[in-house]
Design a protein around this ligand. Sequence first.
Ligand code: SF4
Length: 486
Amino acid sequence: MIQNSKNQHHTAPPWAFCEVPVFPGYPRIKRFLDRYRMDDAFRKAFHEDPRSVALELGVDLPPEDLGKFIDPRYVGAASDGTSERPPVSPIDSPGELLEFLDLRDRQQAERIRRRDGLGPTHGDLAAWRRRQIARCRLQLPTVFYESIMHGPFAIELSSGCSAGCWFCAVSAEEFKGHFPYRPNEATMFRGVLEALHGLLGTEFAREGVMYWATDPLDNPDYEHFLDDFILEFGRAPTTTTSLAAIDLDRTQRLLERISREPCWFQRFSIVKKGDVARILDRLSPEETVNVDFLPAFSKLQPLTRSGRALEVAMRQDERGQNAPAQLLDQESTCACTTGFLLNLVDRTVKLISPHPATPDAPHGYLEFGTRTFTDPESFSRAIHDLARSVGEPCLNPEDVVEVPYGLRVTEDDPGVIAVHGQSCTLRLDHPAASKMLVDRLGPPTPVGMLAREAFDPQGSAQIFDLLNQLHHHGALMRSEEGTSSE
Ligand code: SF4
């Protein structure tokens, strides 16, 4: 039974969501919300007889209070912590609703603290990551910007993916095989983790994940790799899967294993409506307290306009089937890594960063270089080389620079340059800001040529300084870095 007492934090079970401790009633309220969001029959039954349906789940709150939990302003359809916080007063709101809202605020604050507070210990790579975060701040709507962690690495343990999701934001190829956990491969894997650990530092490296255009559960040895990850970094990575319903025994064991470690959250995409009941009937509210369920059975509600979801939306649009307006209009991406993307089957490593999905970057990220490797030593050399290749923090006269996709530069007032993004504007007060310079910014142009626009050496130095500031703030990028993710 749920009791509305904040004091219960002291006796709370050791559940935590996103490493933020949760109050005792949270698992059951979360289960109520998961059911309500994903299960049509449950929603219908709840509206017919709210009290007994809720009680059956172990949620002992009056229906009018439960109504507050399902108010879209409170919980939103998304789990990204971006829906509005309603004006609730402690006097007329149940304690657990306030705790629920507080929890969401704390989770979001923790997410942002980690994104902004952590970074590679390798200084040049850290500066590069900060520039990419600043670029994304300008290029993406706030809702996407705030939900992206810019994590350190993503390891693919298979080639392709068997799930074939219609919404796959990275258009995963057909499954061709997995990276087995045999002695040589396990040595290689542990060496790769050590190399990442050394370059990125413990705090940041432990934010890595082991999926991308692959599903972790396609690899029958995933749990062994997970154990090694935990051994190396002292925490479990997020496991994102669309295959949770295939083998519920395995899924249950996996959640149990992860629950013994510090972790962020696990994310299950539910592809078939029938899987909602199968999963929720089998796994308890406590077992799924850290599972973020993403219902993905309606082609009218894709999560982002990227990869296959974008193709589906465009086909719907051609047929006049009204893809949701925001899908085609809003810049978006599913990519969450500003760091290394490596595949252990084909032994490649890339440096990537999110970008709005466009025809030039259909999977919602840019690539900043690719290397191959054969063993842990060559892997270590490869990632250091990639870090060096993007590491030059200051522009050189011979660098060719351009304004990133979707940004517009204007001279607002004399001496103020403004860079207009999706949901914010960067303003720089600078003596070199001029209409003439603004008119030249946009397409790829050498820095030296832009600086020579000035009439005297001092003016030239000032333009050079302004260009460096724009670069530092993600409003200018070197043209040779960041190519399509095709
Ligand atoms: S969304 Fe994930 S599970 Fe689905 S096809 Fe893409 S990579 Fe595979």
